[in-house]
Design a protein around this ligand. Structure first.
Ligand code: BG6
Length: 298
């Protein structure tokens, strides 16, 4: 649908407007009393969120691509129907196809305090080539004093399927070496730097001294990102999610990524609301599964 039509059908004057975003991709700009956000129809990708009176919460790489068929480096990529390189074929796209395709606007609602956009995709010839399953996927993004995201998958086929998924949230930090993440104390995780190893988090917070890539499993706990340098705490609460990925590529891996700006790695950390590894989700025919993340400062 053209931007003009999108604005006519779904625009909320002063609150939700559709226009050209980076790379000419269609973007919804959501402006409420509690905060503002930008959401691309490409990938249903939240590219920015800023609570009123605060610094931006989400990180976006200066080297990011903004092009059809390419992932965006930053914000909140939607990883579905698989996480990482666990797709059905050797050349299955990393983190699934949901972040690479154009989504449709289903509805917009709200008022000056808080607004919600619902984006959707469903199985089609393109997705069936990558993953022969019948599904509907809905991403509901609510912007206000918090940023809430809800990823809902429905099995519209005759056979059960199994998915892994993530709301791969990139947070802006003062310096990765000075921040701490709490909430995962005692949780089991798969450390995927080098050979995958199962370990257990100790009693203390997570601190960062080198490349960190961990999939915490069997945990529904909220996390708090404590950033004394920025003088803020970000809380990531969730439901329908039993995995949390914590990631920073550090210097060497960042330098190998073509869509990642030079020395940006100290300024970000990912805390991803997910269902992966032990927590893959089986969805029976006619059934649905919902995973929610709620991000707020404080
Ligand atoms: C993280 C993974 O979730 O995503 C990392 O744990 C991976 O291993 C990172 O490097 C980025 O993936 P991509 O496909 O966006 O480059």
């Amino acid at each position: 649908m053209e931007r003009e039509q999108l604005n006519k059908r779904f625009g909320l004057p002063g609150v939700v407007a559709f226009g050209a975003g980076p790379g000419g991709l269609t973007q919804a700009t959501i402006t409420t009393a509690g905060g503002t956000a930008t959401v691309l129809l490409h990938g249903a990708h939240v590219t920015g969120y800023r609570p009123t009176g605060q610094e931006p919460v989400l990180w976006m790489s200066e080297g990011s691509w903004f092009a059809p068929g390419k992932p965006v480096r930053g914000g909140v990529p939607v990883c579905f129907p698989w996480f990482g390189s666990t797709g059905p074929a050797a050349d299955s796209p990393h983190h699934g196809f949901a972040r690479l395709v154009q989504w449709r606007v289903e509805s917009v609602r709200g008022d000056a305090d808080q607004a919600t956009i619902v984006l959707t995709i469903a199985s089609d010839d393109h997705t069936r080539q990558l993953w022969p399953r019948e599904f509907e996927l809905r991403h509901t993004v609510t912007v206000g004093e918090a940023l809430s995201m809800s990823l809902d998958v429905r099995n519209t086929g005759a056979e059960a399927f199994t998915i892994t998924e993530a709301l791969h949230s990139y947070f802006a930090v003062s310096d990765i070496r000075d921040v701490a993440v709490t909430g995962l104390e005692g949780a089991e995780y798969i450390d995927t730097v080098g050979e995958a190893t199962r370990l257990r988090q100790g009693d203390g917070p997570i601190r960062f001294e080198s490349e960190t890539d961990r999939a915490y499993v069997n945990t529904g706990a909220p996390c708090v990102l404590d950033d004394p340098g920025m003088g803020r705490r970000i809380t990531v609460a969730k439901s329908g999610s039993l995995s949390t990925v914590v990631w920073n590529p550090w210097s060497a891996k960042a330098a190998r990524m073509p869509d990642y700006g030079g020395d940006e790695w100290p300024g970000m950390v990912c805390i991803e609301t997910a269902n992966i590894h032990d927590n893959a989700v089986n969805v029976a025919p006619g059934e649905a599964h919902t995973m929610d993340a709620r991000i707020r400062v404080g």
